[in-house]
Design a protein around this ligand. Structure first.
Ligand SMILES: NC(=O)c1ccc[n+]([C@@H]2O[C@H](COP(=O)([O-])OP(=O)(O)OC[C@H]3O[C@@H](n4cnc5c(N)ncnc54)[C@H](OP(=O)(O)O)[C@@H]3O)[C@@H](O)[C@H]2O)c1
Length: 254
């Protein structure tokens, strides 16, 4: 599957992996539209990357997804690739009291968002030849890092949802690819995990995106660069060892 002359919508494309993906895909001759919740960040991204289009939209809001669908398919009827990339990751201590609504915020953004986006855009994607949905999960989909329990649950959920979606779309002409990045040097990686990631070397976003594009073009269904591949293997060969190793990162102190 060639990624050229495509029209690609990337959720959460105003920074990190999404923005780098947009940069490289534009350089390959694609039309790229990114979303994000913040108008100023959307403006900054479209200023920085020549040719990039931007639309403000929150993937955790079903009404915003419906509005994004009308806007994006109206202005870009050739849209044939959806990248479910937007995500948040928090350091959550389950031993501390928490507001019950706030507690599940990652589920709304990282899991409900992509499920709703896929459902909303599917009728349109089915009309386009060789359409593609890329779901961004994580190496943490295979082995959780307990210091970020809700996030890891959403990524395991994204892995499962991607498998089912792929099966249900067999014969529809829509390909489903899961990208499970390892630690990548972005705001999300260091954000609330300064202590846990101290001294750790993460993958450069440009390297991740090069490997992602190569993986999609080579026809891979699941792209697991670097440590993500190791985590998947360990989750099968030595799941307890893998979990204990991940548990050492950011002991909660309880
Ligand atoms: N970095 C890593 O180590 C790593 C590893 C594995 C998987 N991933 C996954 O890769 C994806 C991208 O992460 P990143 O590292 O590039 O993070 P990032 O630099 O923090 O970028 C996240 C992007 O998502 C947007 N976003 C957040 N909430 C949103 C919402 N509700 N609606 C729409 N957009 C939203 C952000 O913009 P606004 O905040 O302005 O909305 C931003 O553009 C995520 O799904 C993440 O889980 C990252």
């Amino acid at each position: 599957m060639k990624l050229a002359d495509r029209t690609i919508l990337i959720t959460g494309g105003t920074s990190g992996i999404g923005l780098e993906l947009a940069r490289q895909l534009i350089a390959l001759g694609n039309t790229v539209i990114v979303t994000g919740r913040d108008q100023a960040k959307v403006d900054e991204a479209t200023r920085d990357v020549a040719g990039l289009q931007g639309i403000v939209s929150d993937v955790s809001d079903p009404a915003a997804i419906a509005a994004l669908y009308s806007d994006a398919t109206g202005r870009f009827p050739a849209l044939d690739v959806l990248v479910n990339n937007a995500g948040i990751m928090r350091n959550l201590d389950l031993n501390a009291g928490r507001d019950l609504v706030d507690l599940t915020r990652e589920i709304e953004v990282n899991l409900m968002g992509p499920i709703r986006m896929a459902q909303q855009f599917l009728p349109h994607l089915k009309t386009r030849p060789n359409a593609l949905i890329v779901n961004v999960s994580s190496g943490l989909a295979f082995v959780p890092m307990p210091v970020s329990p809700v996030y890891c649950a959403t990524k395991a959920g994204m892995h499962s949802f991607s498998q089912s979606l792929r099966v249900q779309l067999r014969g529809s002409g829509v390909t489903v690819v899961e990208l499970a990045p390892p630690g990548v040097e972005t705001k999300l990686f260091r954000g609330e995990f300064e202590k846990e990631t101290k001294g750790m070397k993460a993958m450069d976003p440009a390297e991740l995106v090069r490997r992602t594009i190569a993986g999609i073009e080579a026809g891979k269904q699941e792209i697991r660069p670097g440590q993500s591949n190791l985590l998947k293997a360990l989750s099968r060969l030595a799941p307890e060892v893998a979990l204990n190793q991940m548990a050492k990162m950011g002991q909660t102190g309880h």
